[in-house]
Design a protein around this ligand. Structure first.
Ligand SMILES: [Zn+2]
Ligand SMILES: [Zn+2]
Length: 265
């Protein structure tokens, strides 16, 4: 397929996005988009938490079957997410919007090959940035206690624990996620796709379910960690520092595989 043909493949979707340009240009858009996308990815897992109470057959998909989030835990995490979006994310994204405006949405969509390669490059770059940040914030006690301990409040993950973290951690991850597509000169459509994929993968990391379509089952050769990889990090506090892929943990000998459910029950 030629680059022009590839561009035409994504053009209808890009035209649809551009038809909503008046929304994208709003200073309220980034914070609203971030919150709505996050909740949209969390809600199916929250529904699954409720369904597991009524349908015992679903329990086999739970990474830690003996742990389940209480209403108090859910409300605590939800309140923190709303507070973070109102007090930090909203003012920062408005400032960023003011700095970058006017936002120009070019008329041509990116080529499909370039779109896919840029997404993979952004995810790999973020994975390295977060692995380094995460390892440092575990190995240096002051950094752990001051900035990262909050995210480890829950030793069994559930969807809303994804964004239960300190302001410094939230801002660091937001910076890593947003700066790489800009630095690489990605198309605005790629920037949006990368942002959505980051939210999806981070929620999946914390969902607490090992479902048939989990990334570590879809991507071959054990390249991705998936929810079991990150849940084990929350349970044991050590091992599995990379968020998405496994190569950095393999290189630094910090990779641990999930033990059998029986031994963890
Ligand atoms: Zn950690
Ligand atoms: Zn986590």
């Amino acid at each position: 397929m030629t680059e022009q043909g590839c561009s035409q493949f994504l053009q209808p979707l890009w035209d649809f996005v551009r038809s909503r340009e008046h929304i994208i240009r709003s200073p309220f858009y980034p914070a609203m988009f971030s919150f709505i996308t996050y909740m949209a990815f969390c809600l199916p897992y929250m529904a699954l938490d409720l369904l597991c109470l009524r349908i015992p057959a679903l329990k086999k998909y739970q990474v830690q079957p003996k742990s389940r989030p209480t209403l108090g835990m859910v409300l605590h995490c939800l309140t923190h997410t709303i507070y973070s979006h109102l007090v930090f994310i909203f003012p920062l994204t408005v400032t960023y919007w003011y700095w970058r405006r006017p936002i120009q949405l070019q008329s041509l969509a990116p080529g499909l090959h370039r779109f896919i390669l840029d997404i993979i490059a952004c995810l790999l770059l973020f994975d390295f940035q977060y692995f380094t940040w995460h390892l440092l914030h575990h190995k240096i006690p002051w950094l752990y206690k001051t900035f990262h301990k909050m995210h480890h409040k829950f030793t069994a993950t559930f969807a809303l624990t994804t964004q239960y973290s300190s302001t410094w951690e939230m801002l660091s991850l937001g910076f890593f996620a947003n700066v790489s597509p800009v630095m690489m000169g990605c198309h605005p459509m790629t920037e949006m796709a990368v942002f959505i994929i980051h939210i999806y993968l981070s929620v999946e990391d914390h969902c607490g379910y090992d479902l048939p379509w989990a990334t570590h089952k879809l991507v071959p050769f054990g390249l991705c960690g998936g929810p079991t990889h990150h849940d084990l990090h929350h349970e044991k506090f050590v091992w599995n520092y990379a968020p998405y892929f496994t190569h950095w943990d393999k290189l630094f000998s910090t990779l641990a595989k999930q033990t059998s459910k029986q031994s963890r029950d």
